[in-house]
Design a protein around this ligand. Structure first.
Ligand SMILES: [Zn+2]
Ligand SMILES: [Zn+2]
Length: 220
């Protein structure tokens, strides 16, 4: 089970990255993305530190830590700029905090994030068909969320992604130890969104693209 989206104390999560990684490993996860909330004030602080701890932990742990960032409440007009900066700083995954109905995310954020070429559009709320098609065209993954509030539109998001052929992933957006889930619970969330077992398998394959590959391009 791969979970690409979680938070540590580098934003509003409860755990330092090492404990988050260990607790995820104990849950049976094979990889976890640590993707704290970032804007122009803090990405230069967060990304190098999470990158550093991920490189160190990945030398010895079973679980693979994917160091990333979740661009959060950055105005749509500034999205391209912050995504470029995040990649320059070394983020291995760039997630956009999409237009969840649980928060007043600026309208236009979903579209700006897709145009800016993020890797994953998290909790995109009542995403439009135009955005979903643009995401599919650019190979941007659409998140089904296990998080309270954000999960309220999973049915809409899953149905439209499936109809229009966009790739999906299942993430926890964990902020505390109790938010982490195992693969059985992840399956239940996916099924609860109206999807099937084959979709869960596909979502895990999609998530695996953020794992390192060997000389031959095989996942290691
Ligand atoms: Zn948060
Ligand atoms: Zn998040």
């Amino acid at each position: 089970m791969i979970d690409l989206h979680s938070h540590s104390i580098f934003s509003d999560g409860a755990l330092i990255p090492s404990e988050l990684a260990r607790r995820a490993e104990h849950k049976g996860l094979t990889a976890i993305g640590i993707t704290d909330h970032g804007d122009f004030s803090n990405i230069d602080f967060i990304i190098p530190r999470v990158l550093g701890v991920a490189e160190t932990l990945n030398r010895v742990m079973q679980i693979h830590v994917i160091p990333g960032i979740e661009i959060t409440h950055v105005p749509p007009d500034l999205y391209a700029e912050i995504v470029t900066k995040s990649r320059e700083l070394g983020a291995k995954i760039v997630i956009a905090h999409g237009e969840t109905i649980a928060e007043p995310v600026a309208p236009g954020t979903n579209y700006a994030a897709i145009k800016a070429g993020v890797d994953v559009l998290a909790h995109p709320g009542l995403i439009s068909e135009e955005c979903m098609m643009a995401a599919r065209e650019q190979g941007i993954l659409i998140e089904i969320s296990a998080r309270k509030g954000h999960c309220l539109t999973n049915g809409h998001v899953a149905g439209m992604a499936k109809d229009l052929g966009a790739g999906m992933v299942i993430n926890t957006d964990a902020h505390a130890p109790g938010d982490l889930i195992d693969s059985n619970m992840a399956r239940r969330v996916v099924h609860g969104a109206g999807l099937g077992e084959e979709d869960f398998v596909e979502m895990q394959k999609n998530a695996a693209r953020f794992l390192p590959t060997d000389y031959f391009g095989r996942q290691v």
